[in-house]
Design a protein around this ligand. Structure first.
Ligand code: CAA
Length: 256
């Protein structure tokens, strides 16, 4: 059984489904490598403009595969070079949307936080319970969580292995939108379709500038924003979009 199923449910949109339901989509080495390969491939594929990643109704992903970690030490962890797998997702220039149903725990919560937008089903549960296992998050769980929900809520979650419901995660700023029932994937695909219909270079610049700006001071971030905003005035898609607005017709975008 393939650990990641790839589908193309709409034009310019790829859907990645984690596929280890028997292990609550725990992130085995095989799954991580497959995810890395898919992200590297989709990042390069100019026909793809948005990527949705999901699990199943019981679990988005229950974290690293604990069964594969019981007897391993630090050297083995370093040799696995998991950072290479995360970097493929982190460096993806296309918008990534996580559709989270069920558990997003440990590495699963970290995977969701690698996305640019998180759509949660109403029964989703978010948490970083690593402390219970005598370890801690190693793929951004302390840092991204604190940036998303603030130091005090993050500390409480991380140190007590506490969890957030979808609504709590939304209220805290970890989730973009909560959807009733099993509608998270459909909503994520709808958002992906909307993004995929936008001029791709503008989408790419917005993603890059927002993320880079969060890592620096406001003056530098504003300078980055201005430069990218001016640059977009040189694109064919900007001309097509503005001309279509003036002529009251529908533009099509080429990503040039
Ligand atoms: N790794 C390996 N197997 C896992 C797993 C995981 N993270 N999570 C669940 N499974 C397996 C279970 O062992 C079980 O397998 P068997 O049928 O062979 O017994 C199967 O999936 C179903 O699990 P449960 O019976 O426990 O299902 P549940 O619905 O009652 O509970 C759960 C679901 C709350 C997610 C629970 O399984 C759980 O707490 N899982 C562990 C979550 C966790 O601690 N994650 C952090 C891992 S460490 C990490 O992520 C950090 C890192 O990168 C190093």
């Amino acid at each position: 059984m393939k650990p990641v199923i790839v589908e193309y449910p709409a034009e310019h949109v790829a859907l990645l489904r984690l596929n280890r339901p028997e292990a609550r989509n725990a992130l085995s080495t095989e799954l991580r490598v497959e995810l890395r390969d898919q992200f590297n491939r989709l990042s390069e594929d100019s026909s793809i403009r948005a990527i949705v990643i999901t699990g199943d109704m019981r679990a988005f992903a229950a974290g690293a595969d604990i069964k594969g970690m019981v007897d391993i030490g630090a050297a083995e962890m370093m040799a696995r070079n998991d950072e290479k797998n995360w970097a493929a997702i982190r460096n993806c220039p296309k918008p990534v949307i996580a559709a989270v149903d069920g558990y997003a725990l440990g590495g699963g919560c970290e995977l969701a936080m690698h996305a640019d937008i998180i759509i949660a089903g109403e029964a989703a549960i978010f948490g970083q319970p690593e402390v219970r296992l005598g370890i801690m998050p190693g793929a951004g769980g302390t840092q991204r969580l604190a940036r998303a929900i603030g130091k005090y809520r993050a500390m409480l979650m991380l140190l007590t292995a506490g969890t957030l419901t979808a609504q709590e995660a939304f209220a805290a700023g970890l989730v973009s939108k909560v959807v009733d029932g099993d509608g998270a994937v459909a909503e994520a695909l709808s958002v992906a379709g909307t993004i995929a219909a936008m001029p791709p270079l503008a989408v790419a610049e917005i993603k890059q500038v927002l993320l880079a700006g969060m890592e620096t001071n406001l003056e530098t971030a504003l300078m980055l924003e201005r430069r990218a905003a001016y640059l977009l005035f040189e694109t064919d898609d900007k001309r097509a979009a503005m001309t279509a607005f003036v002529n009251k017709n529908k533009p099509s975008f080429t990503g040039s």
